[in-house]
Design a protein around this ligand. Structure first.
Ligand code: BTN
Length: 307
């Protein structure tokens, strides 16, 4: 009902609607309407009440609330469920728990902060309150496990496209999962999988983006290597706009991957990448080796030419 009150206020496009009108249209009492308006206000919605005319929706909170995301994702057919948390240890871990319990493809877990945000190779992902995007998407593609790394490539391209669309900033993709602005990392992707030898059960695509994060807040070890969109752009941006642009780009690229192959996505990746041609050090967790990055193959693996 609260969502319906919000939808009606939104549909008024800044024009007032009376409590009586709302209660008739929704089939509930005026007291119930008033209570939902209060709850929305508590969540950060700016709703003014003009004596004699009614309620006007003046502003929405800068939070990744499901009602806001659902509204903005109206044309997106990939994201079907949204699980929202103010704070959670890790959206990836929560998405895996939900997937193990049978959550369908398209379930998105999103949080305003994480207390144990994870990166690749056991690293930490700094996840302060309300400043970044911490989101994990459950996918159940009918693909084989060796096709899973393609999703990190796909997500990186979707994110670069979304950042370009929303901010006009050109991010660089550093293989396999880093996105850079001015040579510093502002976003990372953590793809996790459960499956058998020949079948993926599910994938969790975790995305962390330093959006409005103040770089001064980064822990000491990230001070020189990390940045945020705000630090580069000089102003804050809407996290909802960026997340929605990312999920819409993701949906399109995912359809291409399923209907065709990873090849068109690799082609797009090459336009954004900052890795090929570089001398790289490859950390496989157990061994580290170096060489020149010459290509990525059709599965998304980096081809490195040693000495
Ligand atoms: C990396 O750069 O190594 C990957 C970072 C991935 C961070 C995101 S934030 C949302 C999701 N939940 C996590 O615990 N990690 C990913």
């Amino acid at each position: 009902m609260k969502g319906k009150v919000l939808a009606l206020l939104r549909s008024q496009q800044g024009e007032p609607v009376s409590g009586e009108d709302l209660s008739h249209r929704l089939g509930v009492s005026r007291t119930a309407v008033w209570k939902h308006i209060q709850t929305l206000r508590d969540e950060g919605y700016e709703i003014i009440s003009q004596p004699g005319t009614g309620y006007i929706l003046k502003g929405v909170p800068d939070l990744l609330l499901p009602a806001e995301l659902k509204h903005a994702l109206a044309g997106n057919r990939l994201v079907t469920n949204i699980e929202y948390y103010e704070s959670i240890p890790s959206t990836n871990d929560q998405a895996k728990t939900l997937a193990d319990q049978g959550a369908p493809e398209g379930t998105l877990v999103v949080a305003e902060s994480q207390t144990q945000g994870k990166g690749r190779l056991g690293r930490q992902w700094f996840s302060p309150q309300d400043a970044g995007i911490y989101a994990s998407l459950i996918l159940r593609p009918g693909l084989r496990p060796e096709q899973a790394p393609g999703f990190t490539i796909l997500a990186a391209v979707a994110l670069a496209q979304a950042v370009w669309q929303v901010t006009g900033l050109r991010a660089g993709i550093k293989w396999p999962n880093d996105l850079l602005l001015e040579g510093k990392k502002f976003s990372g992707i953590l793809t996790e999988m459960k499956g058998e030898m020949d079948r993926i059960h599910y994938l969790v695509i975790g995305t962390g983006i330093n959006v409005n994060t103040d770089p001064i807040l980064f822990p000491q070890e990230f001070q020189t290597s990390a940045t945020s969109i705000k630090a580069v752009l000089g102003n804050t941006i809407s996290r909802i706009d960026l997340l929605v642009a990312y999920l819409n780009a993701f949906e399109k690229l995912y359809a291409i991957y399923l209907e065709h192959s990873l090849s068109p996505i690799i082609k797009a990746w090459k336009e954004w990448n900052v890795t090929l041609g570089q001398w790289v050090s490859v950390d496989l967790g157990t061994t580290v080796f170096s060489g020149r990055a010459v290509d990525i193959d059709k599965s998304g693996a980096l081809v490195v030419q040693g000495e």
